[in-house]
Write a protein that binds this ligand. Structure first.
Ligand code: 8DG
Length: 174
């Protein structure tokens, strides 16, 4: 199960920065910024690196606010399964720039383009934007697109671990 990160960047006008993915898995969809964690880095370091690579913003690891542990399950293509830390980011330096991977755009919270995003996003992103902390399970169908099961568990804190085994154990506890 691969470890990944996802970052929802928010400005002081209460807009969210999303990127339209230009290539690879999820191409064409708007999403937060993030990707696979490398072995030599922590989840927070991964998030900081991915934000810089994908949209040229500089974020300090301590300015990442963990808001969800996402369990993305693809039963028809299990190598796509991933456990993910999602962060909200309110402190960043620089201006968002388009990269080879992402074309960024700010959206008002009531204008998030869920119709051009991953299908389950409308059931959990609004919750974390409201300040809720979540453990979320999303199970995708045969086309790796349709959502077969979506389950939010509301939690009091997001515990941070560095191995997928520890994260999986934490999710089993609820
Ligand atoms: N918002 C959202 N993102 C999803 C969902 N399902 C899903 O796989 N993703 C995203 C999260 C990750 O950015 C990506 C899968 O991880 P990945 O590491 O293979 O893809 P990537 O191309 O973004 O990563 P990388 O090459 O930059 O490391 O897909 C979903 O339901 N909602």
């Amino acid at each position: 199960m691969k470890p990944t990160t996802l970052c929802l960047i928010i400005n002081d006008k209460n807009e969210i920065l999303l990127g339209r993915k230009k290539r690879g898995f999820g191409v064409g969809k708007y999403n937060g910024f993030g990707g696979k964690k490398q072995e030599n880095e922590t989840f927070r370091q991964c998030a900081v690196r991915e934000i810089f690579e994908e949209v040229s913003l500089v974020v300090q690891p301590e300015d990442l606010i963990p808001v969800a542990i996402m369990n993305f399950q693809f039963p028809y293509e299990e190598e796509l399964n991933h456990l993910n830390y999602t962060y909200i980011v309110k402190n960043y330096e620089g201006l968002p720039l388009e990269s080879e991977e992402m074309e960024p755009r700010w959206f008002a919270f009531d204008d998030i383009p869920f119709e051009t995003m991953w299908k389950g996003d409308d059931m959990w992103i609004p919750e974390v934007l409201k300040g809720k902390l979540l453990h979320t399970l999303l199970v995708f169908g045969k086309d790796n697109d349709e959502v077969k099961l979506a389950e939010n568990t509301y939690v009091d804190t997001i515990e941070e671990f560095e191995t997928t085994a520890e994260i999986a154990a934490c999710l089993r506890k609820g």
